[in-house]
Write a protein that binds this ligand. Structure first.
Ligand code: GDD
Ligand code: MG
Length: 435
């Protein structure tokens, strides 16, 4: 892959948010070619050889969250994931009256006779998984029936634990409703390219789609950004500006469902529920590591965190889930920014005005409280989690030497338990009310 280096960077304490990078060649050849030895090539362009991408993929789990999607779509998605990744399907599909999970399992078994990938599937509501969460001290993921809560984020959190137990160094997410296997393949290559280039162990890469095709007046129109993203990005950028004092438009991936990160980072951030999980990555990293309050991890503070944003080449086409779905996703994204102790009052006002103007909230209504927060996975006792799953069919994949899990009892502070005070905020925010 040949990819331009990021032109701009936004710095926030030890956090670097790189500008969107453009991909010039999806495949730029093998490792030891003549091309690689030309130094002038490397000034503004990085060439990442195929073998280097493969090296990353051998240590990467790709998580595919699925809820009642068409099997044909899933088949396409799986065919696009590069072979060396381990694939974890986390399903919250219905079990009754039709057992869609069983259908997914059967289909997967059949496909894998041909694909021969390392892959397994779990159901989010599985009793064994719920027991593992309980035994490992992570009951917060369970609902009042004692099963893992519904939601895309909840499935992602669960599969992050499983990816850690597989001994993976990286984790990436790919939605199961993507129509283009070629786009899936490209996203994983881009995850690998960015994580390969990262200097810090604590890195994340987010995909900014090149375009999203739509039919407008019976012609194809390639829209640049999704409808929710525009608003989320604007508010996230305003939040960053309110601390740095400089206007910015650099964040373009506030809602990026397609993203990947190092396991070190994935274990050291808190999460939020449903579709607010992606914007909360930015918020939580700023809260935990932005240097505003004392951070729960000195190592992360020392090594720094890098965010990469890569503009993909394939158009992004997925299932249309309806107007209401987009609205509630956008509202959740806004709520998670609004609820941050870092969010200044004037921005809270702006968020509410934006929600009223778009008809996502009734004029004058307060921000509803719909979001749930989950502490970092350093709280999970991985030894107990693994033990609880030892008789499951996928136990053979959980081969990490968990005795080495040295985060436990270390940096497991939940950032929401900490108190932000006015003293933590810049002077111009002195009038802020911070809870
Ligand atoms: N395991 C699990 N559990 N999977 C779920 C659940 C759940 O409760 N709910 C949805 N999924 C799966 C879907 O089957 C799909 O593969 C994926 O999660 C994303 O859900 P969609 O419902 O298709 O979301 P979207 O396409 O509107 O939004 C996507 O793009 C946004 C950016 O524009 C998501 O990736 C969002 O998270 C992202 O912000
Ligand atoms: Mg979708």
């Amino acid at each position: 892959m040949r990819i331009e280096i990021p032109r701009e960077v936004e710095r926030f304490g030890p956090i670097q948010i790189h500008d969107v990078q453009k991909v010039w060649e999806l495949d730029a050849g093998l490792k030891y070619s003549e091309l690689e030895s030309k130094p002038k090539d490397r000034r503004v362009i990085t060439r990442i050889a195929y073998e280097s991408l493969q090296e990353v993929q051998e240590e990467m789990a790709i998580v595919v969250p699925i809820k009642d999607e068409r099997i044909k779509l899933l088949e396409g998605v799986l065919s696009g994931i590069p072979h060396h990744c381990t694939v974890i399907l986390v399903s919250n599909s219905q079990r009754e009256p039709v057992d869609r999970f069983q259908i997914e399992k059967d289909a997967l078994e059949h496909m894998n006779k041909f694909m021969k990938k390392d892959l397994f599937i779990v159901h989010q509501k599985d009793k064994a998984i719920a027991k593992a969460c309980k035994d490992a001290g992570y009951e917060c993921l369970l609902d009042d029936k004692g099963l893992v809560r519904s939601g895309k984020a909840e499935g992602m959190i669960l599969s992050t634990i499983l990816a850690y137990l597989c001994g993976k160094k990286y984790i990436g997410f790919i939605d199961s409703d993507n129509y283009f296997p070629g786009a899936v393949y490209e996203y994983v290559q881009e995850y690998s390219a960015a994580l390969y280039s990262a200097k810090s162990n604590y890195s994340m890469v987010r995909i900014a789609w090149h375009s999203k095709p739509k039919v407008v007046e019976s012609s194809l129109f390639f829209a640049k950004r999704g409808r929710a993203s525009e608003h989320t990005n604007k508010i996230l950028n305003s939040l960053v500006s309110s601390y740095t004092g400089y206007g910015t438009e650099l964040i373009k991936t506030g809602n990026a469902g397609e993203h990947a990160m190092s396991m070190d980072l994935a274990l050291n951030i808190d999460y939020s529920s449903g579709y607010s999980i992606e914007p909360y990555h930015y918020i939580n990293v700023l809260e935990r590591y932005g240097g505003i309050i004392e951070s729960p991890s000195q190592d992360v503070m020392k090594k720094g965190i890098e965010f990469f944003q890569i503009e993909s080449r394939n158009p992004h086409l997925h299932e249309v889930k309806g107007e209401e779905h987009v609205k509630s996703m956008s509202r959740e994204a806004m709520e998670v920014i609004y609820r941050s102790p870092m969010c200044p009052d004037y921005l809270k006002e702006e968020i509410l005005e934006d929600l009223y103007a778009r008809g996502l909230l009734e004029e004058g209504a307060p921000m509803p409280e719909t979001i749930r927060y989950y502490p970092a996975l350093t709280k999970v006792d991985m030894v107990k989690f693994k033990k609880a799953l030892k008789n499951e069919p996928y136990a053979e994949y959980l081969k990490a030497d968990v005795r080495k899990f040295n985060y436990l009892n270390g940096n497991n502070g939940f950032i929401r338990d900490k108190v932000f005070t006015k003293a933590h905020l810049p002077d111009e925010h002195a009038k802020l009310e911070v809870k």
